[in-house]
Design a protein around this ligand. Sequence first.
Ligand code: GP9
Ligand code: MN
Length: 624
Amino acid sequence: MLQRFKMPLFLIAALMFGLKSYILYRFVFDLSIENTMQEIILFVNPFATSIVIFSFAVLMKPERQKKYIKYMALFGTILLYVNLGYYRNFTDFITLPTIMQFKNLGDLGSSATSSIKMGDILLFVDIIILFYLSRKSQTGLVYQFQRKSKLSILALSFAILLTNFVLAEIERPMLFKRGFDREYLVKNVGLFNYHVYDIVINSKTKVQKVLADGSKLNDVEEYVDKNVDQPKSDLWGIAKDKNIIYISLESVQSFVINKKINGEEITPFLNDLIEDSYYFKNFYHQTNLGKTSDSEFIVENSLYPLPNGSVFFTHAQNDYHAVPEIIKDEGYYSAVFHANNKSFWNRDVMYESLGYDQFYSERFYNVNKENTIGWGLNDKSFFDQSIKYLESMPKPFYSKFITLTNHHPFELDEKNANIDQFDSNSRTLNQYFPTVRYTDEAVKQFFEQLKESGLYEDSIIILYGDHYGISDYHNKAMGQFLGKKITPYDNIQLQRVPLIVHIPGNEDDRVIDKVSGQIDLKPTVLNMLGIENKNDITFGTDLFAKKPNDFIAFRNGDFVNEENVFTEGTCYDRKTGEEVDMKACEPLKDKVLEELGYSDELIYGDLFRFFDFGNTPNNQNKNK
Ligand code: GP9
Ligand code: MN
């Protein structure tokens, strides 16, 4: 009886390959596993994919099955191995553009070969077994399957894969739509599916780019010339040769500013800082699915994020004309500080396209159990460990610090929580306040350290909230906190995030109530630096210029201007929140969509490659 049962070769191959992949993911690649669910998914995914791949063999005749199984296992192993070699050198996974860039091929080859280890031979053990088992003399492992069995085997294996995908989506909602991080993709759906995903995304981008031609650029330029003013403000040149320090405040919204919980200020430091700075109280985030990465994209380029996915992920190979690149010609050194995995939001690749000189990612920090909160290194330790890098950087510099502690789900242990939680039916909102306070304290400590290091006087510090932290799902609890019922109008007003421009020694501090958004930061900063940036396409305007913006557009076509708020097809009076006749919003409705469309065309068509930014040495290669 026992003798008659022989496991089919495809299943033997699938199990061996699944196990091998699992061992690699779990013990060789340095993938962070934060909870049991992630542990389970990491175990399931290699087997799920491997079963699907090898079960295709059942459609073939026995002799072909052997060939398919052997060579598929060999191909899969090579794929794993090449990634392993690359990972050992770059702590990242290979992307299609890395392979396509010819100059990288040499690096890839040499990096893969330079990191070969003796133990790697074990990766090929299953291949040897498979070649042995599929010799002519070995019979009984490959069967001619009946139509019904073929269908059932394939259906079952796809069902397993689907289960894996569903679990991954539960663990990381919108994983495929947003992309997030190569590490996330690999640990949730495995290397093979990650590569398929990467190829699909990159091919789509490539096709759009190939179909685009330079003539479209004329329409965009014409629109921008006609509609976007670039007046100079009184603050023109105020930051000349000074350092710029951006602080991106994770999930900090304006509704916490100057508010209290049980009599305690939520953001005492920011509240004080506002008194001594320009504070924009009607400043909106304009991000979409790319969240923090979208905010970075908008701020550096003054372009809109994309309707789908994160532009950091989908269009990192484009030509841009971002602030770090522009100011390089003025002698500025640029760096980003963010203690997360460097491939999160594809930052390691995108920062190069934006022209950043240095990215201080997680590996530049000492991160351990004691200094970790929620998503990673806590903000206090983050700033504390960053200051030495800042001190040793060439001056003047343009830098950006991206905080992390105040990230959903806003978890904070009691010893770090210095204010009470809120009391409502939303745990998310309740927990939000102590983590916002934590970030506030971290920023305070950073300011003290800037002063101690002597950097403060020569720097201009710009703080902004990257995007909302509390979604409209928590409106009931939010209504309780704000003491009112949240309407669609309030939902838009809740998209306000703080913008604080702090200029040491400046006396002209005030609260500015004009409607403004992240799109305005690039022209504002360039004007403050006194940099003429005539040949460019930006959709924002200098925030300090007299003329107010026409409008602030959101990605879904909603907008705000000085008079109105337009959302969910309804027009509101911005000051009162009362519904008003649609006529008031009508003229802008189409213009907003037109503007978003032009920004999209620029990105989809990679139109900046045809644009003449002027012949500064840094741009010459762009004008070919
Ligand atoms: C991740 C951090 C948070 O590195 O920037 O990203 P988010 O989820 O807010 O986009
Ligand atoms: Mn964020």
